[in-house]
Every structure is written in structure tokens, then in C-alpha cells.
Ligand binder design. Structure first.
Ligand code: GRF
Length: 204
């Protein structure tokens, strides 16, 4: 059975686009059932509409509390039969009950090789630290910020003339591949969480 994927995104939505394209080209056995954003004008919502996917804005302000906000999002996801959640540039912290509810079926992407450089502007953090290799990470979301068992990492070499923009651009290319690959493994039932480790079972 194809999995029903719900994508949460706050911004431009290039990872969302990679997921939409991955679903339509058979990159994994799933479909994007709904896209939810906390920003009414997020380009990600336009990308969803363009692809004929329900696009829903959930207002934190209107919800009032953090829990009410999360329950509204979960309500939208439920209404669309979502069983897998992808965080794709979603700029809000999700609290314990939401994370527990979707434990083992909610993924996040981060533009650095975690556990290095969690949080905002990871590419800038990596450049300023002077690392020679950075990259991206897809992981199961837990209650920490950019924490949780790691599914896939893709490295990107840092060049001496890199700027935040040039490094971000090369990492982004790898992000798009990593998200589709992680979804392929998840949708095929090949991921097993053992403590902090994710074991990839079977063969491709
Ligand atoms: C990506 O770099 C992702 O790793 C981070 O936020 C950015 C979202 O970009 N969490 P986009 O909206 O998918 O283009």
C-alpha cells in the first residue's frame, strides 16, 4: 500500500518539490496527501497547489496555544489519512505529544552533518567553524532540535572560496536526493530504530 505523506513546510519548498517529484517518478511508494504550512504566503503552499495537492495554512496565532496549534495540524493530517510526516523547512518547534504521536514515522532534514551544527543557518555555522566536509542529514524527528536517529547523511566538500550561498546551494542538491532515498527506505519498511541507531534492513 502506498504511504500517505504529509509535508510540513514554512518556506520556499524545494525539498517539498523533491518529494512531490520523487513520488510521481516512483522514487518511493507513497504520495503527498497534504501540505501544511504555518505561513499563509509560503511558496511551498503554491508548489502544492500547482501539483494539485491540498495546501493548508494553520495559524499559530489563531490556534492560541502551542498544543492547540499542534492539534490543528494533526487534525489536518488525520483528515487526509497521513501516516508519514516530512518536516521540510518547517520553522516551528513541535512539542512532546506531537512528536510521540508520529514517532518513527516523522522525518526531518537538516543542512549539516548532525550532530554538528544543529539549529539555524547550519551552513554558516559550518563555514565559520572551518570544517572541510559538511553535508545534510535526514533523521527521525524526536523532541530535540535537529536530533533523533539518523537515517541518511550525504557529504559535501567545503571549498575555500565558498560563501553561505554557494555551500547552501550544493548541500541543497544533496538534500533533495537524501530525502527521496530516506522515503524509499521508510516506505519499503526497511528502517529499524535501535536506540540512537537506524538499521537499514534487506537489500535494494
Ligand atoms: C533546507 O535547507 C532544510 O535542510 C532546512 O530548511 C531548508 C528548507 O529549504 N531544514 P526548502 O524550503 O526545502 O527549499
Amino acid at each position: 500500500m502506498p504511504r500517505n505523506i504529509g509535508v510540513l513546510a514554512s518556506g520556499r519548498g524545494t525539498n517539498l518539490q523533491a518529494i512531490i517529484d520523487g513520488a510521481s517518478s516512483g522514487g518511493f511508494d507513497g504520495r503527498v496527501a497534504v501540505v501544511v504550512s504555518d505561513r499563509s504566503k509560503a511558496p511551498a503552499l503554491d508548489r502544492a497547489r500547482q501539483a494539485g495537492i491540498p495546501a493548508v495554512f494553520v495559524s499559530k496565532k489563531e490556534a492560541g496555544s502551542q498544543e492547540a496549534f499542534e492539534r490543528s495540524i494533526a487534525g489536518v493530517l488525520d483528515a487526509h489519512g497521513v501516516d508519514v510526516v516530512c518536516l521540510a523547512g518547517f520553522m516551528r518547534i513541535l512539542g512532546p505529544w506531537f512528536v510521540r504521536w508520529y514517532w518513527g514515522r516523522m522525518l526531518n532534514i537538516h543542512p549539516a552533518l548532525l550532530p554538528s551544527f544543529p539549529g539555524l543557518e547550519a551552513q554558516r555555522q559550518a563555514l565559520e567553524y572551518g570544517v572541510k566536509v559538511s553535508g545534510c542529514t535526514v533523521h527521525f524527528a524526536d523532541e530535540g532540535v535537529d536530533a533523533g536517529p539518523i537515517i541518511i547523511q550525504r557529504p559535501v566538500l567545503v571549498r575555500s572560496d565558498d560563501t553561505f550561498e554557494t555551500l547552501s546551494e550544493r548541500i541543497l542538491v544533496e538534500e533533495h536526493k537524501a530525502y527521496v532515498e530516506a522515503l524509499r527506505l521508510l516506505c519499503d519498511g526497511r528502517l529499524e530504530i535501535q536506540g540512537k541507531r537506524v538499521i537499514v534492513t534487506g537489500s535494494s
